[in-house]
Ligand binder design. Structure first.
Ligand SMILES: C[S@@+](CC[C@H](N)C(=O)[O-])C[C@H]1O[C@@H](n2cnc3c(N)ncnc32)[C@H](O)[C@@H]1O
Length: 274
């Protein structure tokens, strides 16, 4: 990598327009095994999570990006809502709206599920993001959150955090979630494949190959390596990232024995639709 801050990887992540940035915006679908792992694990969560099964069927995708998760959510018979800070000129609707994940303009207790994929590392106040996710979930509702453990800097300068599995458990439990499960996703091998796929795309584009060819070459690396079980297997001590699943408590915790604790939490600043 060059040290001028213009490495192929950086260029790739910040590429503008065309097939190349579409590949990035689509979560590197086809170029990175990470995308396939995300879709597979999300689909499994959607079909097995009991918190999504009853009552309202709305699922909000916070920091939805291109909204690649919409297809999986709708295929599971749930209602998709997406919101993001960067809508890149896309038309908003009741289903797609602008948001700051730390101050969601959504009623409390409204949703069966919230997903938040590869967003938390870009949010300076992660506690506020998780508190908001918890607030908009109905009691017993479920959240599915993913984040990198080893991933090159991206979307700079808004790339603030990396966690370990122990740190993640603490952050989610401290905010008040229950049934918190932290699962390693991929390994240094899937990281290598992801980096290779995206770097190859960047280099090919710098060599002046058409974007279509650059993405084709990137997809070829994913097609060959990404299908090998070795590149998909999680490695606990060096994961590529994590999936966290958790639920909002079904009932409030009785606080009669909480001597010394504040029994009336500070009122939340209301969002526009509260
Ligand atoms: C790496 S992309 C992930 C996009 C998508 N979730 C995915 O997995 O493909 C991070 C996204 O988070 C959004 N984002 C960052 N900070 C945010 C915030 N505070 N509130 C809402 N969205 C945010 C960015 O605009 C970007 O679309």
């Amino acid at each position: 990598m060059s040290n001028d801050g213009q490495s192929p990887l950086r260029k790739t992540f910040s590429a503008g327009g065309s097939a190349l940035s579409n590949a990035a915006a689509e979560g590197w679908g086809g170029v990175s095994v990470l995308h396939d792992l995300q879709v597979e694990r999300l689909s499994r969560w959607l079909s097995t999570e009991p918190g999504l099964a009853e009552g309202s069927r709305g699922v909000l995708d916070v920091g939805c990006g291109s909204g690649f998760a919409q297809a999986s959510i709708e295929a599971a018979g749930l209602t998709y809502f997406g919101c993001d800070m960067g809508l890149h000129g896309r038309e908003t609707s009741a289903q797609l709206f602008w948001c700051d994940g730390t101050r969601l303009a959504v009623r409390s207790d409204a949703l069966a599920g919230v997903i938040c994929l590869e967003v938390a590392e870009h949010v300076a106040d992660v506690d506020a993001l998780l508190r908001e996710i918890q607030r908009v979930l109905r009691p017993g509702g479920a959240a599915f959150v993913s984040m990198p453990f080893a991933q090159p800097l991206h979307e700079e300068p808004r790339d603030f955090w990396r966690w370990t599995e122990h740190g993640l458990r603490k952050v989610f439990v401290d905010v008040g979630f229950t049934d918190v499960v932290v699962e390693p996703r991929g390994s240094l091998l899937s990281l290598a494949q992801h980096s290779l796929g995206t770097v190859v795309v960047g280099i090919a584009s710098r060599l002046g190959l058409s974007d279509r060819w650059a993405v084709r070459i990137g997809r070829w690396t994913a097609g060959v390596l990404g299908r090998m079980p070795l590149f998909r297997r999680p490695l606990r001590v060096f994961p590529h990232g994590y999936w966290v699943t958790c639920r909002k408590r079904a009932t409030a915790i009785p606080n009669s024995s909480s001597r010394g604790l504040d029994e009336s939490p500070a009122p939340r600043t209301p969002g526009p639709s509260d």
